[in-house]
Design a protein around this ligand. Sequence first.
Ligand code: TXA
Ligand code: MG
Length: 318
Amino acid sequence: MIINDISLARKALLNDDVVAIPTETVYGLAGNAYSEKAIRKIFALKNRPFYNPLIVHIASVAQLPTIAKDIPALALQLAATFWPGPLTLLLKKQQVIPDLVTAGKDTVAVRVPNHTVTQQLLRELDFPLVAPSANPFGSISPTTSAHVFQYFNDAIPIILEGGPCIKGVESTIIGFEGDVPVLYRLGAIATEAIEQITGPLQKVTHAKNQPNAPGMLNRHYAPHTTTYLTDNVWQLVQQFPNQKIGLLLWKEKAHEQANVYSITLSSTANMEEAAANLYASLHQLDDMHLDVIIAERLPDSDLGKTINDRLQRATQQW
Ligand code: TXA
Ligand code: MG
């Protein structure tokens, strides 16, 4: 059920149940970070493999030392700049954090979400919340309560209403090798903004299928409809005559064509607006029973990089 009552959500969480919560990035599937029972429910509901660790959500930076230790000065600087907000830090974990949360790693992912509803909920709890995105493993992330309901129906008894997510793509994940900052996942904060504080970010390197951040799994965030990503949408459209085509365009409006339905991410070429519209647009196209979705690649800078990254993972690999 989609509800507004934060106290009901709190009660469910105290009872080791899971609750869908709004954040500024995407909706999360939340449980008590110290409750193995709640954590197992989250993995089961999402059909998520246990090797894929969860993000711990805290109310404020003041709680950070209970979660993490040996925190680099640069991490504190990033937290001071971007929290509450869509930045996740990978830090050495404190022992209280269950191995289930971190997939047995000695690092924990942590962030302070910037959403009034979830902020209030976190302040009323005396434990942090683990929350992966509230979608089945590998599918498009939810940016409205309706998306969450569409995926899970009553398997999640409480979905807290928080309106459409303002950022619309997941948090940026930064880790550290010694004092060197490492980019683990592109996200809602552009790397350019982070690098103003950190200097150049190192890119994470990992073996295929053993990713450090499985947000980096090749195929992820995927619609059911076959999806392509291209620089030249109209050229690709020609290759699907007599098919129902969905177009996801960066800034132009499509000219009318009988077999083509199109969505423009930002008619003013605003990347933040495009990011906010990205998943809702993919959900909409995917629900239309089209033969194919063709997405247009954005300029490869700022949030364009994040959007391209998600679209790349949404497309068929061949
Ligand atoms: O914006 C977000 O971050 C949203 C909202 C709900 O907060 N959450 C989210 O969670 O995107 P999830 O579970 O869909 O993605 C978490 C990512 C995964 O790619 C996971 O592998 C990575 O964080 N991660 C978590 N802990 C990690 C760790 N200790 N080391 C490396 N990667 C980690
Ligand atoms: Mg996810």
